[in-house]
Design a protein around this ligand. Structure first.
Ligand SMILES: Nc1ncnc2c1ncn2[C@@H]1O[C@H](COP(=O)(O)OP(=O)(O)O)[C@@H](O)[C@H]1O
Ligand SMILES: C[C@@](O)(CCOP(=O)(O)OP(=O)(O)O)CC(=O)O
Length: 495
């Protein structure tokens, strides 16, 4: 039997940090070209072996049994002691336990036993972008540039144990859980592999979403907005969160085993999240910086929400103002895609034009051609909106006593967004010290002057500790089935 390979992208929350925790507001989510891959191959009888070949001490062996002692039969997944490895992986073990229990409900004991009769050999690998490559670049004596990152072999070894790795904030656990769970759903026949090959959202995607979202919440011990899992399953989107009540009863394991299918089924209308289509405009590219400092998201969230609760009137008007700006940004970016569709030649001329000029100059040319006006106005509008969102997020930070856009990020962003061809930028997600994002014009070459991307790289190299990431927006949208040999370097990670 050939290997089953499922990949899921990472995420960037461009706009909607903190707001998206409330179902009254939505967030602009971009899924990244950087992905997590899960490869399932037949293993040895009755054993499930999971390997993360990019880490030290990261092989976990499990046995499984069907527990029929209670009213609801479940699969119990137990780690097998291994003298060579002492680590545990709560995320992986819960993904196995819950997905196989769901398979037991859907397929029955005989069919599940058949699927598992030869055991499973599972390999998990994340694109290099999920983990900081700063030390790797230093070791190789390479500058912090995109070209250097391309020289690091794919799925490169991090040299450390999982708890010690420095993450870049692309949502490794959500992408990992989604790819692992979805691969297991295919392996156990709960969803058909063919449902993951095309574009568009299918019931299979919704099933993968519901179970991944639940397992991710269970492993993290909390229910966040879930935009990271939604990005890993559905790709870039305008996301409105689900009501956490839907999984509340499953979060409490002490209540004894409960059936999963009625809650996690794609037909359960209590899953009220909303996913609207969203993508970045053509010939633009998202550029992310790994700042290599890190922030504690739950700590920031706790403080901001506490302030919001204690200052409800002021918070309400701030949230409303930010939400209007976020919605307008989504609409302006969508308008740019429409303008491209209407007239690709004019759009391309406009993007070439803005690539060599700073945003303040985009509308200042008295000789601007009539046909370019709509595109240039929309690009400038996107620029203004991102600046207004930044200002409001700084205000949120000031009022709640949280460093949402720290001074050094303000300096980096101010310098970056004033470069030619840079449309806008901000701090993603909860903000803090770990990352910034930029939206940069990327017209086909040749263009007049240095491409905006290279100008940004040059600027960033003058800031200590700032490394670009290779990630662009995912072309393949969300979770998808892969061909093992079509993913460079993936086969080489297998044992
Ligand atoms: N490559 C990997 N292989 C196996 N497990 C991983 C891998 N990357 C991340 N994880 C799991 O995800 C957990 C990290 O979760 P979390 O701290 O929530 O990260 P993030 O902020 O990236 O979502 C790790 O403890 C581990 O269980
Ligand atoms: C504050 C938030 O709305 C966004 C946080 O986004 P990040 O991208 O900062 O998240 P982490 O990967 O967990 O660090 C919380 C949420 O939506 O859950």
């Amino acid at each position: 039997m050939s290997a089953i390979v499922v990949s899921s992208p990472g995420k960037v929350l461009l706009a909607g940090g903190y707001l998206v925790l409330d179902p009254a507001y939505s967030g602009l989510v971009v899924s990244t070209s950087s992905r997590f891959y899960t490869v399932i191959q037949p293993g040895s009888a009755h054993k499930i072996i999971v390997r993360s070949p990019q880490f030290v001490d990261a092989t976990w062996s499990y046995s499984w049994t069907i527990d029929e002692s209670s009213q609801v039969p479940t699969v119990r997944v137990t780690q097998i002691e291994n003298p060579a490895s002492s680590s545990t992986n709560k995320f992986v073990q819960l993904a196995l336990q819950k997905t196989l229990s769901l398979a037991l409900e859907v397929k029955g004991a005989a069919e599940l036993s058949q699927v598992l009769t030869h055991g499973l050999d599972i390999t998990i690998a994340g694109d290099n972008d999920f983990y900081s490559q700063r030390d790797q670049l230093a070791k190789l004596g390479l500058p912090s540039e995109l070209a250097s990152l391309s020289k690091i072999p794919p799925f490169s070894h991090t040299g450390v144990r999982l708890p010690d790795v420095s993450k870049t904030g692309l949502g490794s656990s959500a992408a990992l859980i989604t790819s692992l769970v979805t691969a297991l759903l295919v392996q156990t026949g709960i969803i058909a592999a063919s449902a993951l090959t095309g574009q568009g959202i299918t019931p299979a995607h919704r099933f993968a979403h519901n179970i991944s979202q639940f397992i991710h919440c269970l492993a993290q011990g909390k229910v966040g907005s879930g935009f990271d899992v939604a990005a890993a399953v559905f790709g870039s989107q305008i996301y409105t969160r689900f009501n956490p009540v839907v999984i509340q009863h499953l979060m409490d394991d002490t209540a004894g085993p409960q059936p999963l299918l009625p809650t996690l089924s794609p037909e359960n209308v209590a899953w009220d999240y909303d996913v609207q289509p969203f993508k970045l405009p053509p010939h633009t590219r998202i550029l992310l910086a790994d700042i290599h400092a890190g922030s504690n998201t739950p700590l920031l969230v706790g403080q901001v929400l506490k302030w919001r609760q204690q200052n409800s009137t002021e918070a309400h008007s701030l949230w409303t103002a930010i939400d209007q700006l976020n919605t307008s940004l989504g609409q302006t970016l969508a308008r740019l895609s429409e303008l491209h569709e209407r007239d690709p030649t004019v759009y391309l001329e406009a993007i070439r034009y803005i690539s060599s000029l700073q945003s303040v100059q985009w509308l200042a040319n008295p000789n601007m051609k009539e046909q370019h006006t709509s595109c240039l106005e929309a690009f400038y509008e996107a620029h203004l909106l991102t600046e207004q969102i930044r200002a409001k997020m700084r205000e949120m930070g000031r009022l709640s006593g949280v460093d949402i856009e720290p001074a050094q990020q303000t300096k980096l962003l101010d310098a970056s967004v004033s470069l030619a061809g840079v449309i806008g930028g901000g701090v993603p997600g909860a903000g803090g010290f770990d990352a910034v994002w930029l939206l940069v014009a990327e017209p086909p070459l040749p263009i007049y002057g240095m491409p905006p991307l290279n100008c940004v790289e040059r600027l960033w190299s003058s800031f200590t500790g700032v490394t670009p990431l290779l990630s662009a927006e995912s072309a393949a949208q969300g979770a998808c089935l892969e061909n093992l040999d079509a993913v460079p370097g993936l086969r080489a990670t297998l044992a």
